[in-house]
Design a protein around this ligand. Sequence first.
Ligand SMILES: [Zn+2]
Length: 487
Amino acid sequence: MKLNSLNNVFICKQNNSLQLVKIEFTNTFQKITPILSRTFQWREINSVSKRKRFIANLDLTSPSDDSNILDGNFLLLIPGGIDPHVHFDTPGFEFRDDFEHASSAAAWGGTTTIIDMPCTSLPPVTSLQNFKSKLKAVKNRSVIDFAFWGGVRGNDFENKNDVYKQVGQLSKIGVAGFKAYLISGMDTFTDLTFEQILETAKIIKENNMILAVHAEDKHRIVNRMNMFQQKNRNNWKAYCDSRDDMAEVLAIKTLIEIAKATDCRIHIVHLSSAKGLEQVRKAQHLGLKFTAETCPHYLYFTQQDFDNKNISNFLKTAPPVKKATDRKELWKGLSDGSLSFVTTDHAGCNPKREKASKNFWEVYGGIPGAEHRVPFLFSEGFLKGKLALQKTIELLSTSAAEFFNLSQKGKIQVGKDADFSLINLWTSDVVKSSNMHSKGNYTPFENIVFNARVEKTFLRGKVVMERKNNFIAKPGVGKFIRVRNEQ
Ligand SMILES: [Zn+2]
């Protein structure tokens, strides 16, 4: 296998310290050689002029003309992003998005591995047979590597499906974990009652797997929704008031009781509120196996942004974004470790068809974010001083690799898959939906400036995206990853 080299790239050593290195790789990392023995601090290169001076002061031998040696152009090299919560919609919901478009968008955004949710597929990934049909439908259609979540639905219990057998088989075949809802808007993937989720958690624990839950309290939300709709309140405010932070708190409290009763690993997806985070921290202090993630939209927007008519409908998602105090606490949760990683909950649609209604209740809830996660977290987290460089990289890649036992991913280390991206931290881009690569091109981040750009993405040693040449690899280079669950 051909050995490639990438010269002159910065890698993160620890916190905000970096090293200038040369990377050698085939489909895996082969060798990482310091070009400069000393490490240095980010502040030494944190502006265009400082970086220029830093490079000018280096006494480097002239580059060889060996075509296998690529020039890293003194960019930051990070392990390929891992986005463990996406809805790529193949098969069944491809009028919204599909694996070709969404995986291309992810590659443009520096992500090389995703884990696709089980609910936005038809059939949903709830049995071995359905898993096989999804794998077949997705074959040769991804630009990046992918794994699947399994799921457990209210429908499974109502149809008297053998949930015990389904979870067992999916665990063995290598799903990343199981998704369930305490409130769902989908007929094909209904929510679970308390009794059902308790039963599900017992089964998942027996298989030593993770139960990931959409945690908002159904009773509270449905009551308030009915009340508001009867009063003809159909704007964003009514929607947000129906799904407030108390809805999140009630659901998480329920799940804490489930965790206590079963010792099952429980993961809260797309956490949105400070009070919700407080509950997650309580569970962690009790020693429960209780984790959570959040998404860029909760870290950037507040409900005031719904007043901006240009993005109001595009910002709709469930749970809705909250207030400035929530946003602040979520950033704190990322830096103190109470939140495990940042996901996108990528869920696109055809905006003309599904984001246009004047009745906010009818607007499709979902944001296609796969392309923006990495530049967002560098720009808003690292460059604004909210997160250290090392922490930023962990939240985008390493932590998810460890959490889901993706042993070949998430680190620049000899033997691991050569999945990586080159990040330019000395440039700015204005987010434009017209430049997006997912099928439904819209974003609440429209016209926002990111001070970081993904220049090039490699998957198992091969370039899958190069911005300069507007290059994206053909779908099919991405492979299915069987998650090795320790039984
Ligand atoms: Zn989701």
